[in-house]
Design a protein around this ligand. Structure first.
Ligand code: FES
Length: 165
């Protein structure tokens, strides 16, 4: 199992991506017990898991398409849609929830015009929810591309998002 996953930017053409996916499937012995690992690698290669990729995995691993797509929809870290350039994660863990995380989320939904799990039409932001992002003492917290904003008041969100547009 030695496939070195190249950065997606190094595998830009559809042919290169497909070749890499096929070598990953080969490295995982086309074994159904490795399906989740193969899906992880596929998402690393493509950035998301469109039907076409799931069909390739299904055919190459001799698994029903429904089984492959069922696994993808079960785990929230798999996505079938392209992500935005920036990922906004709102913490709804206990500490953040009780300190206004829900209001922060509602404000972000309004500002971005999307629901959780969606990406803005200009492909700038994807909105996600997390259980805890390690800043409980300074809740409510929001992370954008890994940068954590603490004690976020809904009124600050517009300015925070403005840094990323
Ligand atoms: S609960 Fe939100 S950072 Fe821990």
């Amino acid at each position: 199992m030695g496939t070195a996953i190249a950065c997606a930017s190094l595998t830009d053409t559809p042919e290169q991506r497909r070749d890499l996916l096929l070598s990953v499937i080969e490295d995982y012995d086309r074994d159904r017990s490795n399906l989740i690992q193969v899906l992880h690698m596929a998402q690393a290669i493509y950035g998301h898991l469109p039907d076409e990729v799931l069909r390739t995995i299904s055919a190459e691993m001799d698994l029903p398409f429904s089984e492959v797509s069922g696994v993808v929809s079960f785990y929230s870290y798999f996505t079938t849609k392209p992500r935005g350039r920036h990922t906004v994660q709102v913490c709804l863990g206990t500490a953040c929830y009780v300190r206004g995380g829900k209001k922060v989320l509602d404000t972000l939904k309004e500002l971005l015009g999307v629901d959780v799990g969606q990406t803005t039409p200009d492909n700038a932001f994807s909105l996600e929810v997390k259980r805890c992002i390690g800043a409980c003492g300074l809740a409510p917290a929001v992370a954008i591309d890994g940068t954590v904003y603490r004690r976020v008041a809904p009124g600050r969100l517009k300015a925070i998002l403005g840094k990323y547009e």
